[in-house]
Design a protein around this ligand. Structure first.
Ligand SMILES: C[S@@+](CC[C@H](N)C(=O)[O-])C[C@H]1O[C@@H](n2cnc3c(N)ncnc32)[C@H](O)[C@@H]1O
Length: 232
């Protein structure tokens, strides 16, 4: 297991997951292609589901089931999902809670909150914590050029903090530019990431190197702001 920890793989999630032992992961926090009305162009091509729920689930179900297999008993799963498919959520995921994280730009403009399916390995719902889910962010402009779907480190920190304890292992098997992994590193969790895109996995590695060298230069385990890690 140690050979996978704190590593970002350029791999298909299905291949990486097949190599991970059952019941080895404390939390899966992943933002797969969530199927908006828009067909996103990724570095390797277009979302094959193109907004169609059946095609979407045909692609994602094996990944989701493998994620549940590798979770420890009572392990937590957070899975970003477009509201477009809300009528399918119970069929696909069983019992869960929807966490909608409110997001505001520092400049005062609001942005739509992202929706996350949150449940245990056993498909028990995990309630929202009794604290604001407000995510305030800025300076994501340059990152938007590197990946079509932005998730900020701030948003992922909320989930990592609520769903895991220090030292636990977080898996993001569709890690894109690596925001989940940066959030985990920042908060003293261990992590495993992969993305099918060579370019995105390289960007994630670069951002992680930047975060780690910043944290080392500060002689501290915590960077003062999340944005430093975004200068890649
Ligand atoms: C919504 S994006 C994730 C964005 C990420 N949260 C971020 O902040 O950069 C979904 C990612 O899933 C990746 N992906 C799609 N199919 C995959 C697969 N079979 N295995 C691994 N990654 C996959 C895409 O390349 C894309 O980067």
């Amino acid at each position: 297991m140690n050979k996978f920890v704190n590593t970002i793989f350029h791999a298909d999630a299905r291949d990486l997951l097949a190599k991970l032992p059952s019941e080895s992961i404390d939390a899966v926090i992943s933002d797969p292609m969530y199927g908006t009305s828009r067909s996103y162009e990724y570095e390797w091509g277009t979302d094959p589901a193109n907004g169609d729920p059946e095609l979407h689930w045909e692609y994602h179900q094996p990944i989701y089931e493998e994620c549940r297999r590798v979770l420890k008993p009572n392990g937590r799963l957070a899975w970003a999902q477009s509201p477009k498919f809300c009528q399918q959520f119970h069929d696909w995921f069983g019992d869960h809670r929807l966490w909608t994280l409110t997001r505001f730009r520092l400049a005062g403009k609001n942005a739509t909150g992202h929706t996350w399916i949150v449940q245990t390995k056993e498909q028990e719902p995990v309630p929202m914590p009794d604290r604001d889910s407000l995510v305030i962010y800025d300076k994501i402009g340059p990152l938007r050029k590197l990946h079509p779907c932005i998730k900020t480190v701030e948003e992922l920190k909320f989930l990592v903090e609520e769903l895991t304890k220090p030292g636990e292992v977080v898996l993001d098997c569709c890690c894109g530019r690596g925001s989940t992994l940066l959030a985990a590193e920042h908060l003293g969790r261990r992590w495993i990431g992969c993305d099918i895109s060579k370019r995105y996995s390289q960007i994630a590695k670069l951002r992680m190197d930047n975060l780690r060298s910043h944290m080392q230069s500060q002689g501290s385990l915590r960077a003062p702001t999340d944005f430093v890690a975004d200068r890649c």
